[in-house]
Design a protein around this ligand. Structure first.
Ligand SMILES: [Ca+2]
Ligand SMILES: [Ca+2]
Length: 112
């Protein structure tokens, strides 16, 4: 009895195991569709001013040694980064930076 029953039981177990393996395989294959990519939430940080207006004004008046409301090239000379970008910041080409010019230069998005 046992000599006959044992192989059959083994066979049945093997079939059951194979079936469940197949089921798992099929399930794994069908149940994982490509999940749609989560929408990338663009943080508004790229458009928000990088410097607060108060900080801009403080820096501007610090550079504006003669307090005429403009930063001349001479006044900017002591500030390496400002001097370096002076021409680009001086959009009206009057050889002085207004607060508006300075502010827009400071908050201009960096281009690679
Ligand atoms: Ca000045
Ligand atoms: Ca100017």
């Amino acid at each position: 009895m046992t000599l006959i029953a044992t192989p059959r039981r083994t066979f049945c177990a093997l079939v059951a195991t194979t079936a469940s393996l197949l089921a798992v395989a099929v399930h794994a294959h069908t149940a994982t569709p490509e999940a749609p990519a989560a929408p990338q939430v663009q943080v508004a940080a790229t458009t928000a001013p990088r410097y607060a207006a108060a900080d801009i004004e403080r820096a501007f008046s610090f550079m504006d040694a003669n307090k005429d409301g403009r930063v001349s090239r001479e006044e900017a000379a002591g500030f390496r980064n400002v001097a370096k970008h002076f021409s680009a910041a001086d959009t009206d080409q009057d050889h002085a930076l207004s607060l508006e010019e300075f502010e827009s230069a400071m908050n201009r998005p960096k281009t690679p």
